[in-house]
Design a protein around this ligand. Structure first.
Ligand code: NAD
Length: 381
């Protein structure tokens, strides 16, 4: 594929989350939103116009069959990510999929098999890993200044009861299942701050059921689900997911502890992100504001893209993930969150759903790197 040719992108879920990739695609420049797809036939024409798409489809398979695409972006509800990704990978297309990568371990196995077999790039759009503060912390961790990181916390606290009634898939796939159903925003950055580590086993417990939906039914998801992750390197990570409790949002709460430093993100708007690093000769009881370290640790790619990123959303995440994906699709470098990193971020949550059903039992999290691809029908084993 010539790098000079504009990459033709098809966006699925174009009337919802899919539409939010427009600003990033425009800023990057060498892509064209060629086709859009959404089952909402009424809203589709306006979405196609807004996104400047040449073609529009109400059926995903028809878009893949008829449209001349190089890549697809999947902004559809969670349960469609795997089937739509596999269909595109089987056609040799590149895939950028919204989070999480899949909704069951079995389908994740099939996805890994398809990603390994296909010629296209698979990347998961874990945009929180690109947020400015998270990128600064990642760079500090990459340079080893936390020493050995051994404890982390991530929380996604986002009251979504009303949204469940508008985007009804959420009532089934996010709040209709117990355990961590939406954990990649919390786990994703933490895994990047513990380079080379992965979650080996998890246990999960919940805080009970204190809210009902408008039909009077209790949510199957407990109000706060806490997943403890035992890391392969011996450390511990705590993930809290809460999509039900009445309270202000707090989707980007993080903590990291290492032998030579620690980090605590702001817990409320206006508060600073706090860091302590031994190498900065600070006393152990004295915090620095993370922003004081931006000049030294904010990577060049983020500085260069800051203006374009500001237009895209999610603290820059929605821009930089597109940039990374397109770099991967054009062969410049491997995807930042390729198939195995996507599994590292997705599988612990899926296993937590089994753990909470088994009274919080510790259960092993599979490592997708060890999944064999069957040559016959049926995908990975
Ligand atoms: N990374 C983030 O920050 C972030 C933010 C919001 C949503 N998301 C993810 O994006 C996805 C969509 O979330 P949303 O809030 O936009 O939901 P939504 O329901 O508002 O939008 C989804 C869109 O997909 C369309 N759709 C449904 N089934 C389809 C199908 N089979 N083929 C094509 N189109 C289909 C719907 O009509 C709708 O327009 C979810 O997976 C969610 O987890 C991620």
């Amino acid at each position: 594929m010539s790098v000079l040719k504009k990459l033709n992108i098809g966006i699925a879920g174009a009337c919802g989350r899919g539409a939010s990739f427009k600003a990033a695609c425009e800023a990057v420049g060498f892509v064209r939103i060629h086709a859009v797809c959404d089952v909402n036939a009424e809203a589709l024409p306006a979405a196609a116009e807004r996104l400047g798409a040449d073609e529009k489809y109400t059926d995903y398979q028809t878009m893949l069959a008829r449209s001349e695409l190089d890549a697809v972006i999947l902004g559809t509800p969670m349960q469609f990510h795997v089937p739509q990704a596999i269909a595109a990978l089987d056609k040799g297309l590149h895939v950028l999929s919204e989070v999480p990568a899949g909704v069951s371990i079995d389908e994740c196995r099939r996805l890994v098999a398809a990603a390994k077999a296909g010629s296209g790039v698979y990347m998961m759009a874990e945009n929180y890993t690109y947020m400015r503060a998270n990128v600064i912390v990642r760079e500090i961790a990459r340079r080893g200044l936390f020493g050995a990181p051994y404890y982390g916390e991530g929380e996604y606290i986002h009251e979504l009861k009303g949204l469940n009634e508008v985007t009804k898939w959420r009532r089934k796939w996010q709040t209709g299942i117990n355990g961590v159903t939406y954990g990649t925003h919390s786990l994703g950055p933490l895994l990047q701050w513990m380079p080379g580590d992965r979650v080996e086993s998890v246990c999960c417990a919940g805080s009970g059921h204190h809210y009902r939906d408008p039909r009077g039914d209790l949510y199957e998801n407990e109000d706060s689900c806490v997943m403890l992750c035992k890391m392969a390197g011996g450390g511990l990570v705590k993930v809290r997911l809460d999509m039900l409790s009445d309270r202000p949002h707090a989707m980007t709460n993080y903590q990291l502890q290492g032998t030579d430093g620690c980090y605590e993100s702001a817990r409320a708007p206006g508060e600073p992100n706090r860091i302590w690093l031994r190498c900065k000769r600070e006393k152990p009881d004295k915090w620095m504001d993370l922003s004081e370290l931006a000049d030294e640790f904010l990577p060049e790619f983020w500085r260069k893209g800051a203006e374009a990123a500001a237009k895209a959303g999610h603290g820059g995440g929605d821009y930089f993930e597109i940039l990374d994906f397109l770099d991967a699709a054009t062969g410049k470098r491997p995807p930042a969150i390729g198939i195995h990193e996507a599994m590292d971020m997705t599988l612990p949550g899926l296993v937590s759903q089994q753990s909470i059903m088994q009274g919080g039992a510790w259960l092993d999290v599979p490592d997708s790197r060890g999944w064999q691809v069957r040559t016959g029908k049926g995908g990975a084993e």
